[in-house]
Design a protein. Structure first.
Length: 423
């Protein structure tokens, strides 16, 4: 039994290493399947726990027995992280905070992302989607290839979130390179050159949002930046709990970090979702034909695209207390890593999980996380992609992949480039 366990552990380590190779990035799903069959709950040599099953990953993202990789935890496991601007701008943001700070920060911005408010934007988002398709048509009018990844990086997602946050159109393209560099901070393995690039990107972005905030202080407009500036200036940095148990106030650094987080997530993650979904449709032309013939299937198509090839593949939490996961003891303070991409293709949760089926009933994917950290922009993402996918397929029935695209990222799954032809 001991020899078998040792063999399985060695095999699991090999599989984890494969995820970081170009082949693993191109298609991690066979690796996920092997790892899930071999060791659904696996303790690595470094002491981290990896989860591949849907039920375990769903519990990880929802349970209060696990907390974020916040500043306090980082101080213990990675001294010196505060000297890296890329890490500071990431780890101190709302996404990596626990209550009461997380509750306070999320409460300040959640009103801008309610399902009701997003529904009111549906017509505007539909028009922005049509504008993006016009740009795609213009780029491919000569019959040549169009880099869908690059084009969407400067069109639909940034036009939606840029308008909400208050970033003017002339600045969208200027921020893209810095955002792409900074997003590397969340990957499982980041080398020094990438960290240095992330630091430069974070400094550029924080300087940009500091200037934007200064402008909004002088001339407020109807956007999220102006709203948060008002909150900051009215409440200051008071962290005392109010009568309803919620902490108030917003520091200047938190103001900038929150605007940066919302803008980056609304652009980079959304672009990856749209292109990942497009790639799935091009690889399954029968599903593209189905959606083209029945656009009302768009909501289900969005959920299936999120399940089939999620833009966020991996999510980590820290055990806040001693817990047991499938008879595996996990001590408080242990890093637990949920392979969401594996969970979304768990055969115990999904029938025929490797199939891309836009008529699949109630997917129940974990692509938006869960619990207190459930993706704030989920309603917006669903409306954007429901507007985009059927319109893209109807506008360009001859859309084809051109060449072999190159994947990027283990945690944030997307493409370096995604060349297509329109006819």
């Amino acid at each position: 039994m001991g020899e078998q366990q040792s063999h399985d552990e060695e095999a699991a380590e090999v599989l984890l290493a494969r995820l970081g190779t170009p082949q693993g990035r191109a298609d991690p799903y066979p690796v996920y399947a092997e790892l899930r069959a071999l060791a659904p709950v696996f303790r690595s040599r470094r002491g981290q726990i990896y989860l591949t099953g849907h039920q375990d990953c769903a519990e990880l993202v929802r349970s209060t027995a696990f907390r974020a990789q916040g500043p306090d935890w980082m101080d213990r496991v990675s001294p010196g992280w505060r000297e890296r601007p890329g890490k500071v701008a990431t780890i101190e943001a709302m996404l990596f905070r626990d209550p009461p700070d997380h509750t306070r920060l999320r409460r300040l911005v959640s009103g801008a992302f309610t399902a009701r408010r997003m529904a009111a934007l549906r017509e505007q988002i539909g028009q922005l989607a049509r504008t993006a398709l016009d740009e795609i048509a213009d780029a491919g009018a000569d019959g040549g290839t169009v880099d869908l990844q690059a084009l969407l990086s400067r069109s639909l997602p940034v036009s939606v979130i840029g308008t909400m946050v208050g970033v003017p159109p002339q600045d969208w393209g200027l921020l893209q390179e810095s955002m792409s560099a900074m997003m590397q901070v969340v990957e499982l393995s980041v080398d020094e050159p990438a960290l240095a690039a992330a630091d430069r990107g974070a400094e550029t972005l924080m300087d940009y949002f500091a200037a934007l905030v200064a402008d909004r202080r002088k001339e407020p407009t109807d956007d999220l930046a102006s709203a948060l500036v008002a909150v900051r200036d009215e409440a200051g940095e008071d962290r005392q709990l109010s009568a309803d148990g919620q902490a108030g106030g917003l520091s200047e650094a938190e103001l900038l970090q929150t605007l940066l987080l919302l803008f980056m997530a609304g652009v980079d993650t959304m672009v990856n979702h749209l292109v990942n979904g497009t790639a799935a449709f091009l690889a399954h032309p029968e599903q593209a034909a189905l959606l083209r013939a029945a656009p009302a299937l768009a909501p289900g198509a969005v959920e299936e695209a999120l399940r089939y090839d999620a833009p966020i593949q991996i999510l980590a939490r820290v055990a806040a207390e001693d817990v047991t996961i499938q008879r595996t003891p996990v001590a408080a303070g242990t890093l637990v890593i949920g392979l969401l991409g594996a969970a979304n293709r768990d055969p115990e949760r999904f029938a025929d999980p490797e199939a891309f089926d836009i008529t699949r009933p109630g997917t129940g994917s974990v692509s938006f996380g869960g619990g207190m950290h459930f993706c704030l922009g989920a309603p917006l993402a669903r409306i954007e992609s429901a507007a985009f996918f059927p319109a893209l397929l109807e506008r360009f029935p001859g859309l084809r992949a051109a060449g072999k695209p190159v994947r990027r990222g283990m945690v944030l799954r997307g493409f370096e480039h995604f060349p297509v032809t329109l006819r």
